[in-house]
Design a protein around this ligand. Structure first.
Ligand code: RB5
Length: 145
């Protein structure tokens, strides 16, 4: 699937990282769907995971990036949606393999865990790596849905 639009969402812990990744996506010429949050007020991460899952389900975005303090809560929430395969990554190798083996459609990051340069490298790997496909990986990914 061609990636034209990437949806971004975070809770209050991830707003700064979200802003920087938004710039990085725009520099790549991708359209960005920013689903918030955009202020310092405390919010609930499941609401933002749900909004991003809806955007992917409706075809408003082909991929997504979710950020909270650890990336854990927001990735758990996202993975409750059957069409979402969210990979919580703190290194670019995991981000690459989440695409090659798992056909991840959402990258989850912990803004209090990884620095912005690592986050950008994870994003690059997530966007540049195709699903390897083949009978073995396709069968397993099929069982996830
Ligand atoms: C918010 O303080 C924090 O709990 C949240 O960003 C996230 O880390 C939860 O998993």
């Amino acid at each position: 699937m061609t990636v034209k639009t990437v949806a971004l969402a975070s809770d209050h812990a991830g707003t700064q990282m979200k802003a920087e990744l938004k710039d990085a996506l725009a520099k790549r010429g991708l359209e960005v769907l920013d689903l918030g949050t955009n202020g310092p007020e405390s919010v609930d991460y499941p609401d933002f995971a749900d909004a991003l899952a809806a955007a992917i389900r409706d075809g408003r975005a082909q991929r997504g990036v979710l950020i909270c303090g650890t990336g854990i809560g927001i990735s758990i929430a996202a993975n409750r949606h059957r069409h979402i395969r969210a990979a919580l990554c703190s290194d670019p190798t995991s981000a690459r393999l989440s695409r090659e083996h798992n056909d991840a459609n959402v990258l989850a990051l912990g803004a209090r865990v990884v620095g912005i340069e690592i986050a950008k490298d994870c994003l690059t790997a997530f966007l540049d790596t195709p699903f390897e496909g083949g009978e073995r990986h396709s069968r397993r990914v099929g069982k996830l849905g």
